[in-house]
Design a protein around this ligand. Structure first.
Ligand code: A3P
Length: 290
């Protein structure tokens, strides 16, 4: 196995196998009932997947246990080495309504999702915590480029050179289209602050009606602690040759504000100045603490 290099797809660096399969990925035609969960990597994708899956199954954990997260919720664009089947392969074997995961920036999302008016849930997480989380993930995910040292990694993030490109363009792209395209735009920090409130927003967006006690159960099943020990959700079933949890577990910390333990005061200053410039004219209410 090797770490895949990144290739430019319409200005966005993506892992080589994704670039090679780009035509079939971008022409994927979803069913109108399919639901897309979209994020920049490390924003809480897996957490939201578990919540959505449990909501659709009315809190029935057994129904969700039938397969690991990445198998029952296909990753639209991913093409990984066996035994993990590619996203398109999995999708072709499943009947709608399917919950589908993507990290594609909005301009690369297959046109069919908009044409068929699919529900799209976007989760954003503040830049500094996303960056820290991605730094650890790139150490353990042996299919993505080596992260290299922390200081250089910060610069790659700021320049949009990591897999799936610029965080800044990603969060802004979905934000600007959220009303026109009826996207539910959520924040990781809000989910941490008041999980019930956000789970209920997802429930309403999906036109579901779930009793309070079932919501309570869903919140328990999708807590960091429970998911960390759930082999269906914590990615430990993925071979060590792809995900090396001894370098960093997938379910790492699950907190808001861990960035303070990683950024030096100089790095905060440099990052914040650049952030001001890149996020100018944007009013996305990000929070780096709760
Ligand atoms: P950390 O590395 O900061 O711990 P994604 O699923 O998009 O790759 O995001 C992974 C991040 O979400 C990791 O962040 C992970 O710990 C966190 N996460 C996963 N499940 C969570 C949960 N139930 N509650 C809070 N954070 C969770």
């Amino acid at each position: 196995l090797r770490r895949f290099p990144l290739r430019n797809v319409r200005g966005v660096p993506l892992m080589e196998p994704i670039a090679q399969n780009w035509d079939s990925i971008s022409s994927f035609n979803p069913d109108p009932s399919d639901i897309l969960i979209s994020t920049y990597p490390k924003a809480g994708t897996t957490w939201t997947q578990e919540i959505v899956d449990l909501l659709l199954h009315k809190g029935d954990a057994e129904a969700c246990k039938r397969a690991p997260t990445v198998v029952r919720i296909p990753f639209l664009e991913i093409v990984t080495p066996p035994p993990i089947p590619s996203g398109l392969e999995l999708l072709s074997q499943m009947k709608p309504p399917r919950v589908i995961k993507t990290h594609l920036p909005i301009q690369l999302v297959p046109e069919g999702f908009w044409k068929n008016k699919c529900k799209v849930i976007y989760i954003a997480r503040n830049a500094k915590d996303t960056l820290v989380s991605y730094f650890y993930f790139d150490q353990m995910n042996l299919t993505q480029p080596e992260p290299g040292p922390w200081d250089g990694y910060i610069h790659k993030f700021m320049k949009g050179e990591l897999a799936w490109g610029s965080w800044y363009d990603h969060v802004k792209g979905y934000w600007e289209e959220r009303e026109k395209k009826n996207i539910l735009y959520l924040f990781y920090e809000d989910m941490k602050e008041n999980t019930r409130r956000e789970v209920e927003r997802i429930m309403r967006y999906l036109d579901l009606s779930i009793p309070d006690d079932v919501i309570t159960q869903i919140i328990k099943l999708t807590s960091f602690k429970v998911m960390k020990d759930n082999p269906m959700a914590n990615y430990t079933f993925i071979p060590k040759s792809l995900f090396d949890h001894s370098r960093s577990p997938f379910m790492r910390k699950g907190e808001v504000g861990d960035w303070v333990n990683h950024f030096s005061p100089e790095q905060v200053k440099m990052f914040d100045e650049d952030y001001e410039r890149q996020m100018k004219n944007s009013n996305i209410p990000f929070r780096t603490t709760i």
